[in-house]
Design a protein around this ligand. Structure first.
Ligand code: BMA
Length: 314
């Protein structure tokens, strides 16, 4: 099992379909944050039987120790009729939540999967019991933009992931945009393209975390081969004052599917992150990641080592 910077928790996986309090087919990826002194995960699940007519939902899982989680049987985020009278389902696959705390509110960005690809739906909660719809904040196809946790130079900021459906190929890059109010976005700039040898086809963002050296950004990258895709994780560092500038990035992956539970599952060869949780006192970063689209696992790394690796381009 290959490891570089991020180290797998020895008793992975942390959450599987068997752990779910309602019939689950497969457990996908999760948003993550601290809620007081508890670790909160927003876990996307594909149901074995539809729940309120929906095939997927996002459930809150809370933990005191970051290892053992209580999962709410009721979904927090579920299919939403938000698109008006136009024909078509614009929220048919509720997955991949990005979670960002801004001031005292937790913001969830998730794909509004529908005709034309995923748009981005913004919801918010303060208690992880009820959720309020804010708005649709990106046109399709823009797969799960990720919000920064604070305003930068007076503006909210988000990382976008526009992509094209080419004939036989898909490409996706990370862009950045800004907003005065989290609803109206503009000042779009390209930030990063897929880069070898980490990724060939697509890269995608997670909510950045602040360090004294820059915004640390965990990204996923896709490598397609004749045998299928491989999803790995990598990291980049953005300038604190001007996040349109990439200060550095790890050229290599920091986690790639080499454990059995990452290599074989609902979708083989996938490690996929929707976020990460820094612990500044311990100089540690936790990533709760989806393994093979079937289970949630945990990997832990040294925060300052990760920042150094980005700066040096390891
Ligand atoms: C991406 C997303 C993720 C998934 C990954 C691998 O496009 O759909 O939810 O984990 O593919 O299947």
């Amino acid at each position: 099992m290959l490891e570089y910077i991020m180290h797998r928790y020895e008793n992975n996986p942390i959450i599987t379909a068997e752990d779910f309090p309602i019939p689950a087919d497969t457990v996908m990826n999760c948003g993550q944050a601290m809620y007081g002194d508890k670790t909160v995960l927003l876990v996307a699940v594909v149901y074995r039987k539809k729940v309120n007519g929906a095939v997927t939902g996002i459930h809150v899982a809370m933990s005191d120790d970051g290892i053992h989680f209580d999962i709410n049987p009721e979904p927090l985020c579920t299919h939403r009729d938000w698109a008006g009278n136009v024909e078509g389902d614009f929220d048919c696959w509720v997955i991949d939540p990005r979670l960002t705390k801004i001031d005292d509110t937790y913001y969830i960005v998730r794909p509004g999967q529908g005709p034309g690809g995923p748009s981005a739906l913004l919801e918010k909660t303060k208690d992880f019991k009820t959720v309020e719809f804010v708005d649709c904040i990106a046109l399709p196809p823009n797969r799960v933009p990720s919000l920064f946790p604070e305003k930068i130079n007076g503006m909210y900021a988000k990382l976008d992931r526009p992509y094209n459906f080419g004939a036989g190929s898909e490409e996706g890059a990370i862009w950045i945009s800004f907003s005065p109010d989290l609803v109206h976005w503009g000042h779009y700039r390209p930030l990063m393209l897929p880069f070898h040898p980490f990724s060939i086809q697509k890269i995608g963002p997670t909510p950045p975390v602040k360090t004294k050296d820059g915004w640390l950004e965990i990204i996923h990258g896709v490598w397609d081969s004749c045998a299928g895709s491989r999803y790995s994780l990598s990291a980049a560092l953005l300038d604190l004052e001007d996040p349109t500038k990439v200060i550095g990035k790890t050229e290599s992956w920091i986690l790639t599917p080499t454990a059995d539970y990452e290599r074989v599952g609902h979708v083989d060869n996938v490690v996929f992150a929707c976020g990460c949780i820094p612990d500044y006192d311990k100089d540690q970063l936790r990533i709760y990641y989806g393994a093979a689209d079937e289970r949630i696992c945990l990997a832990t790394g040294c925060l300052s080592e990760l920042v150094e690796a980005c700066k040096k381009g390891y």
